[in-house]
Design a protein around this ligand. Sequence first.
Ligand code: TXA
Ligand code: MG
Length: 334
Amino acid sequence: MISQLDLAVQELEKGNVVAMPTETVYGLAAAIDNSVGLKKIFSTKQRPFFDPLIVHVCSKAMAQQLTTDWSPLVDFLAEHYWPGPLTVVLPKSSAVDPLITSGLESVGIRMPSHSVALSLIEKLGKPVAAPSANRFGRTSPTTAEHVKSEFPNDDLLILDGGASSIGIESTVLLVKHFADEYELSILREGHISRAELELSLKNKKWIFKFTDTVSKKESPGHMKHHYMPPKPLLLLKDRSLSDQQICEHAQAQIAHLPEQVEGVKILKPQSMHHFVEMHLPEDSALAARELYSSLRKMSESDADFILFRLSSIHFGESWKAIMDRLTKAASLIL
Ligand code: TXA
Ligand code: MG
């Protein structure tokens, strides 16, 4: 009998998309040299073409084919962090279709740490481009069931690899290489923090500096809203408000929100009388693992909106990536 993995390879070769598990979130994959498949990623997700895709590889040799500048520092990062949740953005080679990079001269590359994803890429014999397997702007999937619920009407092959162990997307790191110096910028926070990167690069022979100043052109996928759950999420900073006051403020403010922001639809329920409270573990690694599942589960309740109370621990360094997701997923912050 033909295995699910072989079936998935056939689908990719035919120019179809396949959902694959990774350690961060599930991805919607297409072969990098199949423009029909690549276009299907965008149409399935209803994703605008300006948002570039990450290319997933199963070996360093495969990654080297995708860039014109595999520098010593990048080699170190790949050796140190791959397979794992680090995407490096490098100058692209001609092997990378402009559809993948939204016309940019750079490409995001990572080697996922999941045996199913790695086997799929290895069997296919070439990299796959894969964004998270959710509709544009919505909560990312961390289980096969989540993917199914995102695309209930699509005849989509979903490889089930269990729940993603990390639970939020990879850290995206732009690496600019000058003669004997590197400039590094985190374009998206993730499991691997700037402090961790700095520590691993410390005392190595390369001169590097981190910079936050990145143009919109260099990081086009950065939108105000993203990861939005099916029910509005309210982040509560103001600890002095009673439940009734929270609902009154929410009701008053939601009406003033725009219908959509940068193409992402904002949910505006008629009433905001009743909320369900989301709790996450204090440990940031556990919280990241539960975050998207929890947003989805909370959305199934019959409440009008989801409430998450912020406290000082959420503003600590280890919560940075989760706070980035929560802030973008939120419709309201009080
Ligand atoms: O963990 C992950 O990275 C997951 C799994 C499936 O690997 N993938 C993922 O892809 O999160 P996606 O498409 O949802 O997010 C990719 C983001 C883009 O929105 C953009 O911010 C950034 O990565 N990106 C990709 N290529 C880039 C490039 N060439 N220049 C700048 N940013 C890029
Ligand atoms: Mg995504």
